[in-house]
Design a protein around this ligand. Sequence first.
Ligand SMILES: C[S@@+](CC[C@H](N)C(=O)[O-])C[C@H]1O[C@@H](n2cnc3c(N)ncnc32)[C@H](O)[C@@H]1O
Length: 266
Amino acid sequence: MQGGDRCDADLDRGLRGVMPGGRASAGEAVAWAERLGVPLLEAYPDGPGVALVAEAPPALQILGRKAPGPVRLDFTDPRLQRRAAGTTVRRDPLARAVGLHRRPGTAVVDATAGLGRDGWILAHLGARVAWVEASPTLAVLLRGALDRAANEPGLSATAQRLALHPGDLRQVLGELPAAEREVVYLDPMYPSGTTRGGVGREAQALRQLHGGTAGATDGELLAAAREHATRQVVVKRPQRAHPVDGPAPARSVPGRAIRFDIYAPA
Ligand SMILES: C[S@@+](CC[C@H](N)C(=O)[O-])C[C@H]1O[C@@H](n2cnc3c(N)ncnc32)[C@H](O)[C@@H]1O
């Protein structure tokens, strides 16, 4: 399946255009602009919003005078590789919440894939992971990053445990075979103002790109996840935030600034 084709085209309202970059071909920038239905840029416009920079690897650039540097979706990034190398199924709170320490090879749907990092770490730790992402821009970036990782000798084994399903989780979950949705993992967009001391540039870039969930409340996403998970649902929350609207979680696994709430299927 091609990235973006089944996504919500209105979702990425903050994408202002595609900027040709250094090492990518001009043809690639034109193709992305056509595919995403945005202009090919000659100069960065003023903010708000983001530009997709067609370089290798591609980047999201927040627009505006004081904008932070670009956000890349790149699994060859040494920082991500260090994070992956430094964790284990027993140490990683998300892996424990998913139950990977008890059931190696668990099938997880990372149903709000975003920049794909949580799903990548789970796949590195042995899970079979299906990414679902409603943003056409992020689906295109995830597809490219996964293809590049699949060609890297040290990363190809992890890449082979990942598959991308562009689209809204409320539609895609029901189309996945039951064996692929043992655990459904949700990391909904943080509501503004919940992070102390400002938000990282990744979260800023996602907010500038589309600013929230694809036309659904977090409670509706939880209901869809509980309907389709065959074993459990895991929801990432800021440490002090209320659980998502709906039934109370069965239990929680604490992380550093976050926690993972665990729910039984509906
Ligand atoms: C906070 S980000 C997830 C970050 C991710 N855990 C990571 O490690 O990079 C939330 C993502 O959920 C996506 N999203 C929101 N509503 C969705 C829906 N209904 N279906 C699928 N994806 C959705 C957004 O486009 C956004 O990329």
